[in-house]
Ligand binder design. Structure first.
Ligand SMILES: *[C@@H]1O[C@H](CO)[C@@H](O)[C@H](O)[C@H]1NC(C)=O
Length: 503
């Protein structure tokens, strides 16, 4: 049998392919084996005290394109015995080919059911007193850069818990001030004066050095994006970061060689950021240039808190107030509903906690979960939406949902079909000079009141617009809630959760 030239080429190609495949699979096994070798710290019982010195910790890099092996090489070239720890969410793929040395370790945060928990805990691998968080792509030109950082850290003690050396990159580097308010679900960044070296957050890339004990005493020490996460946690502890005159250069600029990879990386940062804010309960971020970012609920998502039990929403038990997205949606719904009532000729007034909020804050009470309006029962036919709501819920042209409440004879306007934040409308009628109604809720403030409070109704500033309120609303509120209610804020059900005892 004669073999043609084509068949020969084909056979040779197949043979070469098989060889390559064999080689690749050998290589991968080898690398996997190495990862496993790296990923075995001693069990925590055998760990002694921390040694002096710094561990290089590389946390942020992308599997599809990174310089981690070169970064590690660049440090080891300066000091071969320098401890280096690479931390990844899951086993990097394609594999990282790292220098084979006992001081270079990889920790995978994703647990395997066959291994003890400490294997997946980075703090079990760091045996030095200090850690330097190093971004991907950093090049070290001299070991003195690291040594000087440590010196500067020691010199900053009592003033700063972290020191930072900027990394020369295309991104601007700035000193920021960060205020995180967990109760209000917000993080607000502002620019520090140009000359300031002491910051609570940074913009741009940096090598950050801090005490190992401090890092691993944070709630989520290595959550991504690393510096965003770090500074949210440290600013809550009142820690500062000092910017040093030391700086690092980069191996490659820009970090990603293609715009596609840059796009992929940017998307991953965004999704990590979303997850981080969700985990930390931050729903509104104000950036240093004044831009607002919202991470909470919208018209398209469900309300961010569940059904209310005993007048005490779940966020109060978490020592938090109403999420800012909810307050915003409530203001928007209230303004919208009030406008419709006004143009259709339905007499209304701010009721209950809503009136209390207007009197006390000219706004919704920061921990309130709905808006209450009183209306005249006899005016209902004037409003087409209310009339139609009698026979079932309607979604109006702006997406608000108007319905008769199932709990009793009142109306409810929901922010949207998905998001059930709402304004309740309570119809009252006059009987022998008293305003009364047929459905009563089990609330102290839900009582009859003299009609003279509504004659006349008076304008009041509320949630960024002017609404109508009972005249003499101080006595109206004190009649309903008790004396001094405007001056003495309290949660709706103090027996369960009180503002002052924090119980
Ligand atoms: C860890 O943090 C807590 C509270 O944030 C603090 O009270 C404690 O002293 C810290 N421990 C160490 C070892 O720094």
């Amino acid at each position: 049998m004669r073999i043609t030239f084509c068949q020969g080429v084909l056979a040779a190609a197949i043979a070469i392919n098989l060889l390559i495949l064999y080689y690749i699979s050998r290589l991968q096994q080898h690398v996997l084996q190495r990862h496993r070798d790296h990923a075995q710290p001693s069990s925590p019982q055998h760990l002694g005290p921390l040694r002096p010195g710094v561990t290089i910790l590389i946390r942020e890099f992308e599997d599809f394109e990174n310089y981690v092996p070169s970064v590690v090489q660049s440090f080891l070239k300066q000091k071969p015995e320098l401890p280096v720890l690479v931390v990844a969410d899951s086993l990097p793929y394609p594999p990282l080919i790292l220098p084979k040395a006992p001081n270079v370790q990889v920790v995978i945060l994703k647990p395997s059911p066959a291994q003890p928990a400490y294997v997946f805990r980075p703090e079990a691998y760091v045996r030095t007193e200090y850690v330097a968080l190093v971004p991907d792509g950093v090049r070290v030109d001299s070991i003195s850069q690291l040594e000087d950082m440590l010196e500067e850290y020691k010199r900053s003690q009592g003033k700063a818990e972290m020191v930072a050396a900027p990394v020369h990159s295309l991104m601007p580097f700035r000193c920021l001030n960060l205020k995180v308010n967990l109760k209000e679900w917000t993080a607000e960044y502002s620019e520090a004066p140009p000359s300031s070296k002491l910051c609570t957050a940074l913009k741009g890339k940096a090598v950050v050095l801090l005490r190992t004990k401090n890092l691993f005493n944070l709630s989520m020490p290595l959550a991504k994006p690393l510096l965003t996460s770090l500074f949210i946690q440290t600013s809550l502890r009142g820690w500062a970061v000092r910017i040093l005159d030391i700086s690092f250069s980069v191996l490659h600029q820009p970090l990603f060689t293609s715009s596609h990879n840059q796009w992929k990386a940017d998307n991953l940062v965004k999704s990590n950021q979303l997850q981080l804010f969700r985990d930390f309960g931050i729903k509104q971020v104000i950036l240093e240039e004044g831009k607002e970012q919202w991470f909470g609920c919208s018209k398209e998502t469900p309300r961010c808190f569940g059904t209310i039990h005993d007048d005490t929403p779940e966020y109060l038990y978490q020592n938090r107030w109403t999420p800012p997205c909810c307050l915003k949606a409530l203001r928007e719904t209230a303004k919208y509903v009030i406008n419709i009532l006004e143009i259709s000729g339905v007499r209304y007034w701010l009721e209950g906690g809503t009136l209390l909020g207007a009197a006390r804050y000219q706004d919704i009470i920061p921990w309130d979960y709905d808006v209450d309006l009183g209306i005249y029962l006899e005016d209902i036919p004037n409003c087409e939406l209310l009339r139609n709501a009698e026979s079932g819920s309607i979604v109006d042209e702006k997406g608000f949902v108007w319905e008769k409440a199932i709990e009793g004879d009142f109306y409810r306007v929901q922010y949207s079909e998905h998001n059930h934040l709402h304004v309740d409308l309570w119809p009252f009628y006059s009987k022998n000079g008293l305003m009364t109604k047929d459905t009563w809720m089990d609330h102290r403030q839900d009582i009859e009141f003299p009609e003279h409070f509504l004659k006349p109704l008076v304008p009041i500033e509320f949630a960024g617009f002017i609404a109508l309120a009972p005249n003499n609303y101080r006595s109206f509120l004190e009649l309903k809630f008790g004396e001094g209610v405007i001056e003495n804020p309290e949660y709706p059900n103090p027996a369960l959760k009180s503002m002052n005892t924090g119980r």
